[in-house]
Design a protein around this ligand. Structure first.
Ligand SMILES: Cc1cc2nc3c(=O)[nH]c(=O)nc-3n(C[C@H](O)[C@H](O)[C@H](O)COP(=O)(O)O)c2cc1C
Length: 335
C-alpha cells in the first residue's frame, strides 16, 4: 500500500474530512464539532511552515543519515510523536477511538516512534490505550485534559503503574467549549497546579499547549521535562498565531532548560527538518494519522511514518546533516 492508496481508501469511510493530498486545514475549515479548527487557524499553522524553505548545502563528508533521536532518556527512530485525539467521533458516526488508538500504537511500536493518546470522553479510552500499549510493547505518552486536579491525579496514579514513557497535561484544552465551566470540565491551570500534578508521577512530565515565551517559562518553573508548542491544531482560539511563528520566541525563552516538541500543520519530513532547525527537539503530527488509520488501519499509519522518514532523511542529507545534532538554524530560511 502506498500513501496515495491510503488517502483513496480513507475517502470511502472517513466523515467530515476529505483526506486531501496534503492536510492543510482548508477543506475541513472551521468545522467544530468535526476535525477542523476555529476560524482559519489550522490553515495558518500549515501555511507558516510553507513560509520557510530549506537551504540546500551538500558540503559534508558523504555517509548515511541517522535520523534517530533521544527523548525521555530513550532512543527513538525519528523525532516524531503521533498526536492525541480524545474522541474519533469527530470523524465517524460510531466511536472508533479504541481501535484507532490500538492501530496507531501498534504502528508506533513497529516504526520506533512515540504514540500519544488523549483521555477523551468515553470511559473505555484510557484503559483501552494502556492495554494496547502493553500488548504491542509500544512507547506511549497519555495526554490528559486539564480536568479538576483530583481527577487528573487518579489517572496519573493509574498511569504510574504502567510502562508509559511520559505523561502530559494539555493546558490549552481549557479553551474547548464542550461543557465549559460545568463541574468536571476542562479549565485553566496555574504553575502551582502543575507542580502538584508533577509530584504525583515519576515519569517525564510534559506540558502541552504552550504558545508564548512566558507560558514556556511557567512550564519550566513547574518542572516540565518537555513542552509541546501547540495551539491544539487551531481548535481552541481562532486568532491564535501559527506555531511556526511563535517557536523561535519560545526556543529563546527556554534556553535549553526543557525539551521542546512542536505541532500544528507539520506534514512532511521537510517540515520536520524546518522545526528542528528552528530549535525544536521533536515534532508531533495529528490529523494525518487519523486519515492514515481510516485508509489502512495500522498499516496505513506505518505507510505515513515511512513516507515521513524517507522525506526527513532526504532533507537532512541535502542540507548537510548526518545526525540530529548537525541540524542548525542555517539550514532554514524565510521564503
Ligand atoms: C479531532 C481532533 C481531536 C483532538 N483531540 C485532542 C485531545 O484529546 N487532546 C489533545 O491534547 N489534543 C487533541 N487534539 C490536538 C492534536 O493532538 C494536535 O495538537 C493538533 O491537532 C496538531 O496539529 P495537526 O493536526 O495540524 O498536526 C485534537 C485534534 C483534532 C483534530
Amino acid at each position: 500500500m502506498n500513501y496515495q492508496e491510503v488517502l483513496e481508501n480513507a475517502r470511502k469511510t472517513i466523515l467530515n474530512c476529505k483526506a486531501c493530498p496534503e492536510c492543510n486545514g482548508l477543506a475541513c475549515g472551521a468545522t467544530m464539532p468535526g476535525p477542523g479548527s476555529k476560524g482559519g487557524c489550522a490553515h495558518e499553522n500549515w501555511k507558516a511552515w510553507r513560509n520557510y524553505k530549506l537551504n540546500v548545502d551538500t558540503f559534508a563528508p558523504d555517509g548515511p543519515v541517522d535520523p534517530s533521536c533521544t527523548l525521555f532518556g530513550r532512543e527513538f527512530s525519528l523525532p516524531l510523536l503521533t498526536g492525541p485525539i480524545g474522541t474519533m467521533l469527530q470523524y465517524s458516526k460510531t466511536d472508533v477511538t479504541v481501535p484507532f488508538n490500538d492501530g496507531v500504537i501498534q504502528a508506533a511500536a513497529e516504526t520506533g516512534i512515540i504514540a500519544c493518546f488523549g483521555d477523551g470522553l468515553a470511559p473505555e479510552t484510557v484503559p483501552g490505550a494502556l492495554a494496547s500499549m502493553e500488548k504491542h510493547g509500544a512507547a506511549v505518552m497519555p495526554v490528559l485534559n486539564p480536568l479538576p486536579n483530583a481527577l487528573i491525579i487518579d489517572k496519573l496514579e493509574t498511569i504510574e503503574k504502567t510502562s508509559a514513557v511520559a505523561v502530559s497535561v494539555v493546558v490549552d484544552s481549557a479553551g474547548l467549549n464542550i461543557g465549559m465551566f460545568k463541574k468536571d470540565s476542562p479549565g485553566s491551570k496555574t504553575v502551582e497546579d502543575l507542580k502538584l500534578l508533577k509530584s504525583h508521577t515519576t515519569k517525564p512530565f510534559v506540558v502541552k499547549g504552550i504558545m508564548t515565551g512566558k507560558a514556556a517559562c511557567n512550564a519550566v518553573e513547574a518542572g516540565a521535562d518537555a513542552i509541546i508548542v501547540s495551539n491544539h491544531g487551531g481548535r481552541v482560539l481562532a486568532d491564535a498565531p501559527a506555531t511556526a511563528v511563535v517557536l523561535p520566541e519560545i526556543v529563546d525563552a527556554v534556553r535549553g532548560r526543557t525539551k521542546i516538541i512542536v505541532d500544528g500543520g507539520i506534514r512532511t519530513g521537510g517540515d520536520m527538518l524546518k522545526a528542528l532547525a528552528l530549535g525544536a527537539d521533536a515534532v508531533l503530527i495529528c490529523r494525518p494519522f487519523a486519515v492514515s488509520w481510516f485508509g489502512g488501519g495500522s498499516e496505513g499509519v506505518r505507510v505515513y511514518v515511512e513516507k515521513l522518514r524517507k522525506e526527513f532523511i532526504e532533507a537532512m542529507y541535502m542540507c548537510g546533516a548526518r545526525k540530529l545534532s548537525d541540524i542548525c538554524p542555517d539550514m532554514v530560511r524565510k521564503a
